[in-house]
Design a protein around this ligand. Structure first.
Ligand code: NDP
Ligand SMILES: CC(C)CCC[C@@H](C)[C@H]1CC=C2C3=C(CC[C@@]21C)[C@@]1(C)CC[C@H](O)C(C)(C)[C@@H]1CC3
Length: 417
């Protein structure tokens, strides 16, 4: 297959970077899982032991994972209270998406409550994290391979701007097709919000239950981490439609990066603080807990305000909630917000997300670096993501984007960055 000349600049270090990430990401996830349960819990030290295949591979874990994906897929297919339209595609069409993610969360919670009452051994889940994470990685790998093959038959207009380099490793990693579907089942949209995010809070809950069994009751730190992350996930599903204007849906293809990110990385590494707390209990007083709650609330307020404002504006610029905001016209006919949240910094939603990330780590105290892995990784991810987005916006909006950068000079943190 010849490389295409209209190809966007290669990202993530090109094919070599993609090949390194293909190995490095699963290895990092396994490392974190091993270190979180070890005594010293040293993020930067070697893992306590190197697991053999017998510790990683378990047919039971694979079955459990596939059952979980099947359940979430069945919930996705249930009648939706609303159907939303995505952003306009290259061929001027718009895809339709069911809005029933919150319903899936509530139904899953109901099933879990019924299961617990019937003796479901959810407390056993923390002991299966390693084989489950391995099974999720294998599943993501096979799934991305199928997506890559499916994309060979897709028309050029269905490919993502960054996923048609012609290099198989790079395209496999980034994803070729923008919106792979079978009939109306949209794989990327499904994976982005359901199995991984709901799985994450389920793992957190299992860790909380195991802590209660181990120590008589869950610690305040464990309650906070569970509460904050449940709020984050419930909010994402409640505002499901807003995901349709994020970069993942509008720009990125669906390949290994997102499949692994959604199915393995999110549930098994985002639950790291709760994993750490189970094995390393931390004292937390009420004044400190209140300050952390305040930080999470401020972060959430900015994150939700910014994301909803952009989403409302992109859906309908005349909506009374955004109609009075100042905007810059662009040659594409779309406008850029230059007041409100988007007049404060160019990525106010990232700022709110980062404040919440800090609030999720602080309950774990300051004795270890490990629970701060999330905010370190997340800062790197968002700084890199911001740079990618700037490049894309400059390409899309040209001079109007430069004008926006002049009017709103800071990227994420007002007066700092
Ligand atoms: N927890 C996690 O692991 C992660 C969370 N996130 C969160 O996901 C959310 C979405 O992030 P992401 O998709 O990266 O980026 P954004 O939601 O910020 O989307 C960027 C797009 O918004 C539009 N835009 C930018 N500036 C303006 C403006 N001034 N006025 C109107 N539209 C504008 C542009 O698209 P266009 O003009 O084409 O509409 C741009 O490409 C964020 O809250 C982020 O924090 C992201 C990554 C990981
Ligand atoms: C494994 C790699 C290092 C990178 C993978 C990145 C993915 C894990 C993230 C890319 C964008 C994401 C978003 C969310 C979760 C993480 C991934 C998939 C998100 C669904 C979390 C909840 C938020 O409310 C959101 C705004 C809906 C997020 C959208 C982006």
């Amino acid at each position: 297959m010849a490389p295409q000349s209209s190809q966007a600049p290669l990202e993530f270090g090109g094919p070599l970077g993609a090949a390194v990430l293909l190995l490095l990401l699963p290895a990092t996830m396994i490392h974190l899982l091993l270190v979180a349960r070890s005594g010293p819990a040293r993020l930067l030290g070697p893992p306590p032991y190197l697991p053999g295949l017998e510790a990683l591979w378990s047919p039971r874990a694979l079955l459990l994972l596939l059952g979980w994906l099947g359940l979430q897929a069945a919930l996705y297919l249930l009648p939706a209270r609303q159907v939303a339209e995505g952003q306009e595609l290259k061929d001027k069409s718009r895809l339709r998406y069911p809005i029933n993610g919150f319903q899936a969360l509530v139904l899953t919670a109901l099933l879990v409550v019924l299961g617990l009452a019937a003796g479901l051994p959810l407390r056993a889940l923390p002991d299966m994290l390693l084989p489950l994470a391995f099974a999720a990685t294998l599943t993501a790998f096979v799934f991305s391979l199928l997506l890559y093959l499916k994309a060979q038959a897709a028309p050029a207009s269905a490919l993502a701007p960054g996923g048609k380099s012609g290099n198989p490793i790079y395209d496999f990693f980034l994803g070729r097709e923008l919106n792979p579907r079978i009939y109306s089942f949209d794989f990327k949209y499904f994976c982005e919000l359901r199995p991984g995010l709901i799985g994450w809070v389920l793992i957190n809950l299992a860790l909380l239950l195991q802590e209660a069994e181990l120590r008589g009751s869950p610690s305040l730190a464990m309650w906070l981490v569970n509460g904050f992350q449940l709020l984050y996930v419930a909010d994402a599903l409640w505002n499901e439609e807003a995901v349709l204007t994020t970069m993942d849906i509008t720009h990125d293809g669906f390949g290994f990066m997102l499949a692994f990110g959604d199915l393995a990385w999110v549930p098994f590494t985002y639950s790291l603080q709760a994993q750490f707390l189970l094995h390393h209990p931390q004292p937390l007083g009420l004044p400190m807990a209140s300050a952390i709650c305040l930080l999470n609330a401020v972060g959430y307020y900015i994150f939700r305000g910014a994301n909803s404002q952009k989403n409302t504006f992109r859906k309908n610029p005349s909506d009374p909630r955004v109609a009075d905001l100042e905007t810059i016209p662009t040659a594409t006919g779309r406008r850029l917000l230059v007041s409100g949240w988007w007049g404060m910094v160019r990525h106010p939603n990232y700022l709110g997300d980062l404040l919440m990330a800090l609030a999720w780590s602080l309950p774990c105290g300051l004795s270890h670096l490990l629970p701060y892995f999330y905010i370190i990784y997340f800062t790197a991810l968002l700084v890199h993501r911001e740079a990618r987005d700037e490049r894309q916006c400059l390409q899309k909006y040209g001079r109007a984007w430069l004008e926006y950068c002049r009017r709103v000079p800071h990227r994420i943190v007002p007066y700092v960055y």
